[in-house]
Each structure stands twice: as C-alpha cells, then as structure tokens.
Design a protein around this ligand. Sequence first.
Ligand SMILES: Nc1ncnc2c1ncn2[C@@H]1O[C@H](COP(=O)(O)OP(=O)(O)O)[C@@H](O)[C@H]1O
Ligand SMILES: [Mg+2]
Length: 217
Amino acid sequence: MTAGVFVTGTGTEVGKTVVAAAIARTLAGDGRRVAVFKPTVTGLEDPGEPDHRLLRRAASSEQANGEIAPYRYGPPMSPHLAAALAGEEIQPDRLLTAAREAAAGADILVCEGVGGLLVPLSPDYLVRDLALDLGLPLVVAASPGLGTINHTLLTIAVARQAGLGVAAVVLTPWPERPDQIEASNRATIEALGEVKVETLRHLDLSNPTAWPPLRLP
Ligand SMILES: Nc1ncnc2c1ncn2[C@@H]1O[C@H](COP(=O)(O)OP(=O)(O)O)[C@@H](O)[C@H]1O
Ligand SMILES: [Mg+2]
C-alpha cells in the first residue's frame, strides 16, 4: 500500500474535509503527486461544495468524481442508510480496490473518513475497519472548544484499541487568540492522549494556494 494518511474526526462537521484538504495542499505544494479518497459522500443535495471537490482542488488532482468517491448519495445521512435507501449496500472490497487504484496513480494518498470512526459504511463494516484495511495512520480533526477533550480522547481510545496509529490531532479552526479553554484543551489532549496536537487557523477555502502548510509529525 502507498504512503498516506486517513483523516478522521470526532464526528461530523468538525473539520475533516478542511484538514484533509490542508494536508493534501501542503503535499502538492511540496511537489508530491497527491491522490484523494473519500469512501462515500452523502448530502449531495445540500447546497455547498461537496467534499470530493474541495479535496480535488486542494490536491491539484485530476481524479474523476467516481475515482475519489466511489459511492455518492443525495441525502445527508449515514452512508449505510443512504445506500440502503438507494437499494444497495456499500461493498468493502469495492472501497479497497478504489482506494488502491487512486493511490497507484500518485505518490501519496489522503483519505477522508465519513463522520467518526464508529460510523457504519455497511451494516457490519465501520469507518474504523476501512482505516485498518488501508493500513494508514490516522489524523483526528477536532474542534478547539468546550467538549473537545472527551470527544477527542474517545476517538483516540477507539483507534488505539483497534490497533490504529494516531499521527496527530488537528484542532480547527484555531482562533488567532485562543482563550483559556482552547489553550488548555490543546495541552490537555496532548498530555492525556499522549499525542501531538497541531492547529489549523481559519482558511479561505476558495484559495488553497494561500493556505499555510499543515505538516504532520
Ligand atoms: N480551518 C478552517 N478554515 C475554514 N473553515 C473551517 C476550518 N475548519 C472548519 N471549518 C468549517 O467548519 C465546517 C465543517 O468543516 P468540514 O471540514 O466540512 O467538516 P467535516 O468534514 O468533519 O464534516 C465547514 O463549514 C468548514 O468550512
Ligand atoms: Mg467532510
């Protein structure tokens, strides 16, 4: 399997896409050929740019939609439910094949998960299982504010219990002047999670070339 990272998060809407995009942009800016991958995209019927498009822009990739995200659904819901309503079941083998094909055309693969680690892709195959099968280290996107210590440490615990390595946590969007809670959250997660905690400031998503690099340990 190719080198890469698997960006998960403490839940949905916590910054996974932005963190994955920032990592992809950093690698592309360094001259690496970056492939991006997102096992399933749901919520295509919502307004706004879908995840696979932002990932592709950030990576300067020319992958087709289906090469980035083999399963795409309109309703904003858990992938296993969106698939069921479309009359199908997400096939783990198809995901693994698609991820490997994406990786084969690049130097490095940046994969964004769906929701958090325990979200089902099919009734008996969770995001955690895909990360394990891909053999990629995790990056955990998390919010900076109140509540994040518990969510982040739970995610790290589930990851390590499954045998997944956690390369870093990224708190996003990180404010220009962190308050006492945010600064303490960063230090506390680092200490109790025994993990490197990076931060990502608010980005103008329309212009990836202006983003600061996000380098992982
Ligand atoms: N560093 C950041 N800069 C700009 N917007 C951010 C940043 N971090 C999070 N956001 C915003 O927070 C929301 C959720 O982020 P997103 O990456 O889509 O989450 P997820 O992929 O976990 O569902 C989006 O509106 C996104 O633009
Ligand atoms: Mg996302």
